[in-house]
Design a protein around this ligand. Structure first.
Ligand code: NAD
Ligand code: 2HG
Length: 541
């Protein structure tokens, strides 16, 4: 049973799949204090949060069993993703579950701001009838500057077009082609500042975007601009905004998010042209169900080893990509295990080559699988797909990927080369239709080896009687040979034998084999992943 802890208010209806699943127990501790969370987190395999719980490094370090932190929403700024990555914990979110709600909230804020709705409501509900005081402005024919034309920015665009606004978009990823498809003008930040009557922000909060609306930007804005922020608090320098509002350069601001939530910079609320909501962008019944459904499915996928769609600290995989890549992931791990055992020590350089059909695939997850397979040999179960690249870097190692378009011979091919102080190991492998994964190259030798649990790798002189002697020693010691591959480069030169065995051999047998005249090296190779004694059914093509 996997124990999942929910520490923020997350939709019960959206979590139904988790409740109903036989492998999960879901516990709720909403509002748990940080020190209490730290004390209990070690008991849980998964944690679900919205944005109230701060999942700090301290808490992550205390989380001995945790495999996943799921954010029921978009922004993961309340989670120390780096600390989670170092610990090998997957962080997932729901990137699209609240897009429409946040979009509609942005439009609601823009309309409320332009027509003074909250202020007029307050006045009217106090018995006043101040029609002149709350005269507003239309959106019709006004220019809207959208900073960040991702999911929410795009949806806001569509709705602003319905109001017949002219839309300017600024986003490093906005191309002319996409802008014209959306019916908007691609602009620079300065153009947005100079031309917009309304500016709305839809970027994540990062080093580059923190205080993007600052004194310098505000000084360039058209007088009377109205600013809407339903994205992240730190995007706007609240002190600079306060000053621009007081000076009258900015005619109004609608804010759903703040630099230090739940605090609001003193002075802002005293201004008559500032309207606020307490981070309500995603607070609709529909969005809350959607985000909870999304993270429940992701958690089930993670524990059932299915494709994960929305991991923050792992490559994304679609279900289709996962299905095509699954056999390669297994083969990649086996190649890595063989490679590192053959090298016998930690590599100083790693090279991975992809060819054939693999050139058409997203191989990021395969690369991580191979790196994980290599590192696990020395670092054990602390390595997983989340932290493999981080741990590699920590070891001061790099890897190099080659994509070989001129490779011929197999319809798909991957090769791992490991290097250490003049020593090199090369393992080539392919998925052969109808036969599954095969090792097809071992150092300089062409081979055809089905990866199995117990392998024996023998280097010897190419002299008569060697195969017989090896067979006899194994037979005398009750060790059945499954398959045997032999190879040599030249008559009388160095040759290899690779045997698959039904069980591993003892040190005594190894010593007997090593004692044979002409024997150069005998090495046991063990695969811990996905070995099979069953031939896959033949698939006609
Ligand atoms: N108020 C809420 O409750 C609420 C709800 C949902 C999302 N959000 C926030 O809204 C924001 C947008 O969410 P989304 O789902 O549209 O994200 P998204 O990832 O789909 O889009 C973000 C866009 O910002 C762009 N961007 C990044 N750096 C930029 C820069 N320096 N200048 C201009 N554009 C830049 C990216 O290229 C991307 O296109 C996020 O901060 C998210 O956390 C808030
Ligand atoms: O209400 C929430 O959970 C916050 C939503 C929003 O800020 C997000 O990033 O998804």
């Amino acid at each position: 049973m996997f124990k999942i802890l929910v520490t923020d208010k997350v939709s019960e209806e959206g979590l139904k799949k988790l409740y109903a699943h036989k492998d999960f127990i879901v516990e709720h501790k909403p509002g748990i204090a940080p020190q209490d969370l730290k004390a209990v987190i070690g008991q849980y395999d998964g944690l679900i949060v919205r944005n109230q719980t701060k999942v700090t490094k301290d808490i992550i370090e205390a989380a001995g069993n945790l495999r996943v932190i799921a954010r029921a929403g978009v922004g993961v700024d309340n989670i120390d993703v780096d600390a989670a990555t170092r610990k090998g914990i997957i962080v997932v979110n729901s990137p699209g579950g609240n897009t429409i709600s946040a979009t509609e909230h942005t439009l609601a804020m823009m309309l409320s701001l332009s027509r003074n709705i909250p202020q007029a409501h307050r006045s009217a509900s106090r018995g006043k009838w101040e029609r002149e005081k709350f005269k507003g402005v239309e959106l019709f024919k006004k220019t809207l500057g959208i900073i960040g034309t991702g999911k929410i920015g795009t949806e806001v665009t569509k709705r602003a077009k319905a109001f017949e606004m002219t839309v300017l978009g600024y986003d490093p990823y906005l191309t002319e082609e996409r802008a014209s498809k959306l019916g908007i003008k691609k602009a620079t930040l300065d153009e947005i500042a100079a031309q917009s009557d309304f500016i709305t922000l839809h970027t994540p909060l990062m080093k580059e975007t923190r205080h993007m609306i600052d004194e310098t930007f505000l000084a360039k804005t058209k007088k009377g601009v109205r600013i809407i922020n339903c994205a992240r608090g730190g995007l706007v320098d609240e002190q600079a905004l306060l000053k621009a509002l007081k000076e009258g350069r900015v005619a109004g601001a609608a804010l759903d998010v703040f630099e230090k939530e739940p605090e609001i910079t003193p002075g802002l609320l005293e201004l008559p042209n500032v309207i606020v909501t307490p981070h309500l962008g995603a607070s609709t019944q529909e969005a809350q169900i959607r985000v909870a459904v999304d993270v429940s499915e992701e958690i089930i996928n993670i524990f059932e080893s299915q494709a994960i769609r929305n991991a923050i600290n792992m490559p994304q995989t679609s279900g289709e990509n996962w299905e095509r890549m699954e056999p390669y992931l297994l083969l990649g791990e086996q190649v890595a295990q063989l490679g590192i055992q053959l090298l016998r020590e930690a590599p100083e350089k790693i090279e991975i080559t992809y060819a054939g059909d693999l050139l058409e695939e997203d191989t990021k997850l395969l690369t991580r699988t191979i790196i994980k397979g290599i590192l696990s040999h020395h670092l054990g179960s602390t390595v997983n797909l989340v932290n493999a690249l981080h741990l590699l870097k920590e070891q001061g190692l790099t890897y190099n990927i080659q994509r070989n378009a001129s490779f011929k011979g197999f319809s798909n091919y991957l090769e791992l080369s490991l290097y250490k102080e003049g020593k090199q190991v090369n393992i080539g492998a392919s998925i052969i239709n109808g036969f599954g994964g095969r090792i097809v190259k071992l150092n300089d030798y062409r081979v055809d080896i089905r990866p199995e649990q117990h392998l024996l790798y023998i280097r010897h002189l190419d002299i008569p009687g060697m195969i017989g002697q090896v067979g006899s020693i194994l037979g005398d010691n009750d060790t059945n040979i499954g398959t045997m591959q032999v190879g040599r480069k030249e008559i009388g030169g160095e040759a290899i034998m690779v045997l698959t065995l039904d069980k591993t051999v003892s040190r005594k047998v190894l010593d007997q084999l090593r004692g044979l005249i002409g024997m150069k090296d005998v090495q046991i190779l063990e695969l811990t992943t996905g070995y099979t004694f069953q031939e896959e059914p033949f698939v006609e093509v």
